[in-house]
Write a protein that binds this ligand. Structure first.
Ligand code: TXA
Ligand code: MG
Length: 340
């Protein structure tokens, strides 16, 4: 299929839906990041997603549905607490891991007997699922290991010629992937922080945070996605946290620059002035972390476009949306975090 990827506008969704019905793979926008969709119930179609991304076969996919009735065709009946989470956060950036129905192919769930499901909060995604007439298995539409795509152009950079079509819906809203919550055991377990925060979830249910959210997993993992390198640009990313972070970044980056390296700093708007003489990328306001979430992946890709050797990043407290941003930053940095 080399070179044959169709670029579609949101007026051409019926064409995208016909590709999906015949078992092809189509990238589409959601409110979090672009997804790489195929019929979740067609094992052959789902295999094409893994092939296009170069994704390990044991890393399960999220099944995207357009309403609760469709969700009920994928997973076994759920309890009242899960229902309250669905009512509160769907459509939206929350993925729930539940027990799968037998007819959902194991290819889709990476061999697990559970399935991850969500209803995206994006008119194009919902319309596409409805018009395809099938639930869509969709991981983020990047090459495995690369930062997730927040613009259709990012998808093209990674997957042109490897998929049937890309639906261009403009930049996505949240910019980080959905929160993943495992509801198959009590207490529920946060596997990946995202737009719906753990603080929000805790007003509905007891939630424990999986250690993989903070650390590089060593042994077996609950969410296979945790063990793979992720979200990483080509350049070396180093996250610095703590009171003295700006002084430390300045010192390290100045030294690198003296050694002839191309360095950059990813800093909050309020701190831009602290890095005079250094190339600074703007993470948005530290008082509005949604800005940083929305532009993070684009800026990581930008660091590569600029040909940087090293990118130093200002860290932030692991709370509310900062927990999701720090989770992605730690992984982009291969867990290189300097505490000052
Ligand atoms: O926002 C999002 O969630 C985006 C958009 C496209 O919806 N999708 C996305 O998919 O980020 P992906 O495949 O990049 O990440 C899915 C994560 C992986 O870490 C995977 O291991 C985990 O969800 N996951 C999927 N099914 C699971 C299951 N049954 N049990 C545990 N973890 C699961
Ligand atoms: Mg992904």
């Amino acid at each position: 299929m080399e070179g044959l990827t169709r670029w579609l506008t949101i007026e051409q969704l019926s064409e995208a839906a016909s590709y999906l019905r015949r078992g092809d793979v189509v990238a589409f926008p959601t409110e979090t990041v672009y997804g790489l969709g195929a019929n979740a119930l067609d094992a052959e179609a789902v295999r094409r997603i893994f092939a296009a991304k170069g994704r390990p076969a044991d890393n399960p996919l999220i099944v995207h549905c357009h309403d609760a009735a469709q969700v009920a065709t994928i997973v076994e009946p759920w309890d009242a607490v899960v229902q309250r989470l669905m009512d509160a956060f769907w459509p939206g950036p929350l993925t729930l891991v539940l027990t799968k129905k037998p007819h959902v192919p194991l290819v889709t769930t990476g061999g697990l007997t559970t399935a991850a499901v969500r209803i995206p909060d994006h008119t194009v995604a919902l319309e596409l699922i409805r018009s395809a007439g099938v639930p869509l298995a969709a991981p983020s539409a990047n090459r495995s290991g690369r930062p997730s795509p927040t613009r259709a152009e990012h998808v093209r950079d990674d997957l042109d010629g490897r998929i049937a079509a890309i639906v261009d819906g403009g930049p996505t809203g949240w910019g980080l992937e959905s929160t993943v919550l495992d509801c198959t055991e009590v207490p529920f377990r946060l596997l990946r922080p995202g737009g719906v925060t753990v603080e929000q979830l805790r007003s509905f249910a007891e939630v424990v945070t999986d250690p993989g959210v903070y650390q590089e997993p060593k042994g077996p993992v609950r969410s296979p996605g945790m063990k793979y390198k992720h979200y990483a640009p080509e350049c070396t990313v180093i996250v610095v946290v703590g009171e003295g972070l700006s002084a430390k970044i300045k010192e390290l980056a100045d030294n690198d620059a003296k050694d002839g390296k191309d360095v950059g700093v990813l800093a909050f708007s309020e701190h831009g002035g602290r890095y005079s003489g250094l190339l600074t990328l703007d993470l948005g306001s530290k008082y509005r972390l949604q800005e940083g979430a929305a532009r993070l992946y684009h800026l990581l890709r930008e660091a590569d476009t600029l040909g940087l050797d090293t990118l130093y990043v200002e860290g932030m407290p692991d709370k509310e949306l900062g927990m999701a941003i720090m989770n992605r930053l730690r992984r982009a940095a291969g867990y290189r975090v300097i505490v000052t």
